[in-house]
Design a binder for this molecule. Structure first.
Ligand SMILES: O=C(O)CCC(=O)C(=O)O
Ligand SMILES: [Fe+2]
Length: 222
């Protein structure tokens, strides 16, 4: 009864955890309280390093818009995938990783049992309805001892979380505004992807039909 009273009250942050596999967990609502600040930082970063659609090595234009912050940024072109210190569009170094980004990433990682996570790269993904991310492994990082921390903001998405082989079955996980997934250790190289984004209710303070995802990585060895 009491719960029903608060069911539609967005000022109450509900947080819980769901274990997906060994060393992989969804932290529901973990970034909800920081969401507005994170979105403001994304807008500032995009003023310096705008969202763009990378071409994959096989010539496909990605439907997800991407940019980066941190000392290294993930890029793709016909030659392959790599991390660069500068933005190939501007020739400038990538925007600094905001403190608020580092904090939420470190807190989420340590909540999931990975202490001392020190990300040096944050890939920022922007999805519009219809955008998708094919099943892949995050394996361009030299340091695979640290986890991936992935923060979802905006429209809900269906995240596919598979096994260590592409053919392994995938769990379908609905990720909503403020959810965080952490995967590392034995799960670090699990395949994952995002189904084509559906339009839906856009959470405050966003106005457009959009989903952002912050993916924090440790690329280089400490
Ligand atoms: O958008 C997501 O939830 C996943 C993003 C992802 O897998 C990546 O950037 O490598
Ligand atoms: Fe990924």
């Amino acid at each position: 009864m009491i719960e029903d009273l608060f069911a539609n009250d967005d000022s109450i942050i509900r947080q819980w955890q769901e274990q997906l596999a060994k060393d992989a967990v969804v932290l529901r609502g973990f970034a909800y309280g920081e969401a507005q600040a994170l979105l403001q930082h994304i807008a500032k970063i995009a003023e310096k390093a705008s969202f763009r659609h990378f071409v994959t090595p096989n010539g496909h234009i990605m439907s997800v818009g991407m940019t980066n912050c941190g000392t290294l940024g993930w890029t793709s072109n016909k030659q392959g995938y790599c991390y660069t210190k500068t933005d190939p569009l501007s020739g400038q170094i990538w925007p600094q990783m905001p403190k608020a980004f580092q904090q939420i990433a470190q807190q989420a990682a340590s909540h999931a049992g990975f202490t001392d996570f020190t990300p040096d790269a944050c890939l920022i993904n922007r999805y519009h309805p219809g955008s998708r991310l094919a099943l892949h492994q995050d394996k361009d990082e030299i340091d695979l001892s640290q986890p991936i921390v992935s923060v979802s903001l905006g429209l809900s998405a269906t995240f596919l979380f598979g096994g260590l082989q592409r053919e392994h079955p995938c769990q379908r996980v609905i990720l909503t505004h403020g959810d965080v997934i952490v995967w590392g250790g034995d799960s670090r190289l699990r395949y994952h992807g995002v189904l084509p984004l559906k339009d839906g209710k856009v959470p405050w303070p966003l106005q457009d039909s959009v989903r952002y995802n912050l993916t924090f990585r440790r690329v280089s060895l400490p």
